[in-house]
Ligand binder design. Sequence first.
Ligand SMILES: Nc1ncnc2c1ncn2[C@@H]1O[C@H](COP(=O)(O)OP(=O)(O)OP(=O)(O)O)[C@@H](O)[C@H]1O
Length: 317
Amino acid sequence: MIRARGLTRRFTVKRTPVEAVRGLDLDIEPGQLVALLGPNGAGKSTSLRMLTTLLPPTSGTATVAGHDIRTDPAAVRARIGYVGQKNSAGENYRARDELITQGRSYGLSGCDARRRAEEVLDLLDLTALADRKPGTLSGGQRRRLDIAMGLVNEPELLFLDEPSTGLDPHSRANIWEHVLRLRAEHRATLLFTTHYLDEADNMAERVVVVDHGRVIADGTPGGLKADLAGDRIIITVAQPDVAAAAGIAERMADADAVRVEDRTIQVRVPRAEAALPEYLRALEDTGIKAVAAETARPTLDDVFLALTGRSLRESET
Ligand SMILES: Nc1ncnc2c1ncn2[C@@H]1O[C@H](COP(=O)(O)OP(=O)(O)OP(=O)(O)O)[C@@H](O)[C@H]1O
């Protein structure tokens, strides 16, 4: 559904070149739900804007929904939907009319555009709000209208640029409920950008991690966490035992990234369930008693940290 090779985009800001996207290679199969995850300025929106033909690449090639973005942008646009970061509906007309106008712009007859508007209103649970002007809708309702606008042409592939940014948790969950239903019922392929770690983790089947315009990891959330981050075990001991307990952690097979903070020792291991009893036994053998012991599963932030040495949260400045 998407095949990009070496997609690159450079901007010049005050005579200084900015490498927004540096050689993006990406293959996405039909039906996949893929997240582009990365900090602000990583190049996510620029990648999406190139793939949706809104921005020409500086170099590189891509076919999207079977058509070349450079030589056949109209055919690409006819087959995709794009929900940008900004609201796509205007302020002056009722939601239903915005959707009808959108349908007409895709070449639908008046009758077909009205029928399609009712379908997408229903799909996004907006029928009761169809006579309201977009400016009077709540943030979550407005975002649903943006998605409805992106669906008018029945796209095979939907691009969503930060679909839930700025929404409260309830509205975020509601947006995702709709997106997932859309996917289940219409088998659409979905590529979305986010800097919410939990969103990429919980919603996407595949996460493409980008940083400074490059893909730095690509896999299932579980696979990335297992391969790049691993579990952690966290042990608290009495103050005089800290150095000895940290030393034992350092010598454990398959363990690494030992961190000591106050009386707590954290260590990264492949499988915490197996490593924790082993560590506790090794401590007991030297007469050290753990005051507290817990295990922690990795997050995608641990993946980002392992890859870049930075936390994705800290990168959000
Ligand atoms: N039109 C433009 N002119 C100049 N520089 C740009 C332009 N668009 C993007 N950039 C720069 O390109 C880089 C990538 O920006 P982009 O918006 O793609 O990142 P992003 O990962 O989508 O970030 P965010 O999460 O904040 O939306 C940034 O350094 C940005 O300032």
